[in-house]
Design a protein around this ligand. Sequence first.
Ligand code: AMP
Length: 288
Amino acid sequence: MYLAKSRETLADYLKPLLNKSIRIGFVPTMGALHKGHLTLVEHAKRNSDFVVVSIFVNRRQFNHLEDFKSYPRSLRQDLDLLQHFQPDVVFLPEEEDLFSQVQFPDFPLYPLDTVLEGAFRPGHFRGVAEVLWVFFTLIRPHRVFMGQKDLQQCAVVERLLQRHFPEIQLLMIPTVRETSGLAMSSRNLLLSPEDKDKAAAISRLVLKCAEQVGHEPWPALQQMLQDEIQRAGFNSDYVALVSYPDFLVLSKHDPLNPQAICIAYHAGKVRLIDNAWAPGPLPPSFLA
Ligand code: AMP
């Protein structure tokens, strides 16, 4: 497991792989690794010849400096966890080095940058697209492994790949959950035990409601979810049924296209998101 701490050392390490038919799998993360991230690494190991994992808390994708500062960081523990999975390279760049002299191309993300996460976190997806553009340009992976947990981010990546890196394939891995049903997230570390229990109940309800889409009217299911969030004392940003990968907000079930329930809410100072597929086809990028 080689630790590359700069663009240059990473490029030097990857150079011998160029022009060989070695399939590089890439797993971008912001660290504070948990089983969700490690499952992506497992999939990458299984589906690639060479695996690069990045750990970088990307300031550009945070809307508030406070959120960036309080984001959990646990590099030593992350590296210990990764040792068990043996990726070939862990890329640990510094912000200044990563973005120095980079000129970004155009990233038209509309309408993804205006709905749900796009609306509540202006500039977030642009920050995501920028860092991934640099990573993809440097690493030239064959496949990038990302989690369903951040479904709208996956849609942004599909868009970015289509426009700038058609040779790279996205593989979306199902959300890994705690036994309580709560989607694993680095932010869960910031929750009180009581809020964690309430958040788990909301996640269980999302999964249950997703199964009911098409059997019960969506407005009734949406109301049920909103009520549960309110009963927990949390503030909901949205509860929506959307198409994938366009993220068009739907008012009723469309059995012919991929679609998911997506929610976001604030549990105190912690903002949580979750989603679940509704009955119907799943996108080709999804590794069921
Ligand atoms: P992050 O470190 O939060 O930027 O996440 C890095 C990658 O891990 C992203 O592709 C996330 O979607 C994915 N991820 C985070 N949590 C989970 C989870 N519970 N299950 C599956 N993938 C996840």
